[in-house]
Design a protein around this ligand. Structure first.
Ligand code: ZN
Length: 262
């Protein structure tokens, strides 16, 4: 068995000569996974976001036609996670270090002849760094740069959709499906940072006034959501749907750069 399963597209598995000989660099997107190593409650491993980046890559790339143009950069596994400080197992880099890491990958990929960078991001705390950095890459290098998105999970409650923001039903279901033995469901709880029927004016998300929260401010357990409602079946369905969305998005990014189907 080859590792990773997308090894034929994985740039670090190639020699310089092989990379130089790739005929589709002008339009093939290079996919960069950005994740995190941070607390995900008492029931999930700290690597959830980094792990899910690999799950999305593996599942989305498996859906592409064999000849579709697309390559993979080494992932950035530690993210900007200062909101989860104080929990054992959380690792973090500063927003400036994250920006510089993304820029470094973009500069090199550009120097090798690629013209398109597409990010699969699995950690919300990275987003405020990611978006301006991708625009900076577009402005300074001319590289096309964007984030690949999948639809939100369907069939969850309005409460979970609004305030299930971390280690809740969706993330726990994903990990149950992708790496079940890593989940301790006996410790999965329901803990929300706000209630739909009485949300208050200052909240971590979706409020008139947003607070720059740390996990300790809004959650005792580290969970923000209903982890107890998670099942492997839901996780499998959501991963299946999400990876189909990502595969479509990869082909679309490629088509835009090429001007025809990839
Ligand atoms: Zn997460």
């Amino acid at each position: 068995m080859t590792f990773p399963s997308y090894r034929a597209r994985y740039l670090p598995a190639m020699t310089p000569r092989q990379i130089r000989a790739l005929p589709d660099r002008a339009w093939a997107p290079v996919i960069l996974a950005t994740g995190a190593i941070e607390q995900h409650g008492p029931h999930l491993p700290v690597a959830v976001d980094a792990l899910m980046g690999q799950v999305w890559l593996t599942r989305a790339l498996a859906r592409l036609p064999a000849g579709a143009s697309c390559y993979v950069a080494p992932p950035i596994t530690i993210g900007k996670s200062n909101e989860h400080t104080g929990f054992p197992g959380t690792l973090m880099i500063s927003r400036e270090t994250l920006r510089q890491q993304i820029l470094a990958v973009a500069r090199q990929v550009h120097a090798w002849g690629f013209r398109s960078l597409a990010v699969i991001n699995t950690h919300g705390g990275n987003v405020p760094v990611l978006i301006p950095t991708l625009r900076e890459i577009r402005a300074t290098l001319g590289l096309r740069a964007g984030v690949l998105q999948a639809r939100q999970a369907d069939g969850i409650s309005a409460q979970e959709a609004a305030f299930g923001i971390h280690a809740g039903e969706v993330e726990t279901s994903w990990v149950l499906a992708a790496a079940g033995p890593l989940v301790d469901m006996a410790r999965a709880e329901r803990e929300y940072p706000a209630r739909l029927e009485d949300p208050g004016e200052v909240r971590p998300v979706a409020a008139p006034a947003l607070v720059a929260w740390a996990s300790r401010d809004v959650s005792l357990s580290g969970i923000m959501g209903d982890a107890a409602a998670a099942t492997a079946g839901k996780g499998e369905r959501w991963i299946e749907r999400g990876s189909a969305d990502l595969a479509e998005a990869i082909l679309e990014v490629c088509r835009i750069a090429r001007g025809e189907a990839c």
